[in-house]
Design a protein around this ligand. Structure first.
Ligand code: FAD
Length: 493
């Protein structure tokens, strides 16, 4: 890069790159420094097992990317990124070949829920119709009055409840499992607030925007963002871990796509004792152990509709999943774990050689665990898909400790970078009006440890960049990040 950068972003995850895109669109000279050998952080795709099998290393299902106003304005489609849509958004197999099946249609989903169908439709129908309003509210810091008070009152009055309370309206194992499987993404006990809200949000997204995978792999998203930054004259340096803020060019605004723990480490004694103590009180989730499989064919789910699902939640009934998640929080590795699966091949055949499949699976484990729980994950898949093990050609395993070793943001293997308790949803990472500012002038936090929520939506990075633009550069307008302003690179991948 010629001359000093105006802004340095440490970390090239979707939030770091969203910050870089926003600042580049404002005409600033941007330098992104990434510690790993390749860009993308939690949004990458690699041949983890065998040649020709392209696995999403971290994020795989992308409802939040569809719903994100950042990605809508960035215009992923114009940049060659396409969503592959499964016929079934997600499914929860149950014993005996039964399953809860969630499709885009609330009515179709409700029709499979017997006596709970009408109640499901009454709860989810209005929310799914207002998905845009709900996402607009939830994909920004929850610190101002909602622009859609009626819609949010409907969502919030239910979402404030624990999942275990919300499901009391339902009797069928299928309806209850839908909520359990979605709420357990939170990594909180299902008796905790706001697990009902997290479960509801994910179900509303399934009906409202779908849970697609990315054609060719999740890395297409972060590659498109990096292309836009480079085309605008920015520089991205990989393979350089930043250990201290003092290594960075002076005079530039600094945006850190890092965990609160790393923020404290990088800042040395520049942080006030009070802020440092507040960062130290930030609470992390349990970790995950992830296994990627190369398979010789599609998973033989006993329930035929599960064979069309992009994502599956394994664990059985609501009660079984609740026990498993409580055990993890209590520091145990459950015998009968909750397992998240994506099978991108049902929507995107490009992920594996003809007729073969990739399978993405993870389960929650105690923070920092170095235990490989492949056996338990496989046993849970085998329970609902007898014969699965015969299809396995190769596996790649990452324990929770490995997750942190690959990406220091995932403290103890916590892929959400901080619990979504009610408190840490509103005050993330500390109690302050603008969560992106740090006490160090010109230094901002832009990772998923800031509002709104974890996931691939880019809003944490964008909102941090808008704060930096206002504070440091006196720019108040939101820059145009669309393809007319930030040209896509030649879109031929
Ligand atoms: C196994 C797994 C499954 C997931 N599934 C989904 C999913 O299906 N859908 C979804 O929406 N989300 C999913 N997520 C979450 C999603 O990946 C994250 O919320 C998202 O990537 C957060 O983006 P970020 O930019 O804040 O941080 P990250 O993506 O974690 O990026 C941070 C980057 O900063 C770099 N970095 C950190 N410290 C330094 C340093 N000191 N110097 C230099 N570089 C540094 C890291 O190497 C990394 O590249 C998943 C995550 C994991 C791990």
């Amino acid at each position: 890069m010629r001359g000093n950068p105006d802004a340095v972003i440490v970390g090239s995850g979707p939030n770091g790159l969203a910050a870089a895109v926003t600042l580049s669109a404002a005409g600033l000279k941007v330098l992104v420094i990434e510690g790993a050998a390749e860009i993308g952080g939690g949004c990458r795709t690699q041949e983890l097992t065998l040649p020709g099998f392209r696995h999403d290393v971290c994020s795989a299902a992308h409802p939040l990317a569809v719903a994100s106003s950042f990605f809508q304005r960035f215009d992923l489609a114009a940049r060659g990124v396409t969503f592959s849509r499964p016929q079934v958004e997600f499914a929860n197999p149950l014993d005996g070949g039964r399953a809860a099946i969630v499709t885009r249609s609330v009515a179709e989903t409700a029709a499979r829920l017997g006596g709970d169908g009408r109640s499901y439709q009454r709860l989810l129908g209005p929310m799914a119709r207002h998905v845009d309003d709900i996402c607009a509210e939830l994909l920004q810091p929850l610190r101002r009055l909602p622009a859609h008070p009626l819609v949010m009152a409907g969502y919030g009055s239910r979402g404030i409840l624990p999942a275990s309370t919300l499901i009391r309206r339902w009797r069928t194992p299928e309806a209850r499992a839908i909520m359990g499987g979605a709420a357990a993404h939170s990594m909180l006990p299902l008796t905790a607030v706001p697990t009902g809200g997290i479960g509801l949000m994910l179900i509303v997204l399934a009906h409202g925007v779908g849970w697609p995978v990315i054609t060719g792999g999740s890395a297409r998203i972060t590659d498109a963002m990096a292309d836009a930054v480079i085309t605008a004259g920015g520089t991205i340096e990989t393979g350089r871990w930043v250990r201290s803020l003092s290594e960075l060019p002076s005079g530039a605004a600094i945006l850190l796509d890092v965990s609160p723990r790393s923020l404290a480490e990088l800042s040395g004694d520049q942080l006030s004792g009070r802020y440092r103590a507040a960062l130290g009180r930030f609470r992390y989730n349990p970790g995950v152990c992830k296994v990627d499989f190369a398979l010789s064919g599609p998973v033989p789910w006993a329930n035929q509709d599960c064979r069309r699902a992009g994502t599956l939640h394994l664990g059985g009934t609501f009660e079984e999943m609740a026990v498993a998640e409580a055990e993890v929080v209590a520091g145990k590795h459950p015998e009968n774990p909750y397992v998240l699966i994506t099978q991108p091949g049902v929507a995107d055949p490009s992920r594996a050689p003809a007729g073969q499949q990739t399978l993405w699976a993870y389960t929650h484990v105690p923070a920092g665990s170095d235990v490989d729980v492949t056996d338990k994950i496989e046993a849970q898949i085998e329970r609902f898909a007898p014969g699965f093990r015969d299809l396995v050609l190769a596996r790649a395993v990452r324990t929770a400790a490995d997750e942190e070793a690959h990406n220091p943001n995932y403290v103890g293997g916590d892929i959400a970078v901080g619990m979504q308790t009610m408190w840490q949803t509103v005050f993330r990472p500390t109690v302050q009006w603008n969560p992106y500012r740090t006490p160090i002038r010109g230094v901002y936090l832009c990772s998923s440890a800031t509002p709104p929520v974890p996931g691939v939506h880019g809003r944490c990075g964008e909102l941090a960049a808008l704060t930096a633009l206002r504070d440091t550069f006196g720019v108040r307008e939101v820059p145009d990040i669309g393809p007319a302003r930030l040209r896509p690179a030649a879109v031929a991948r």
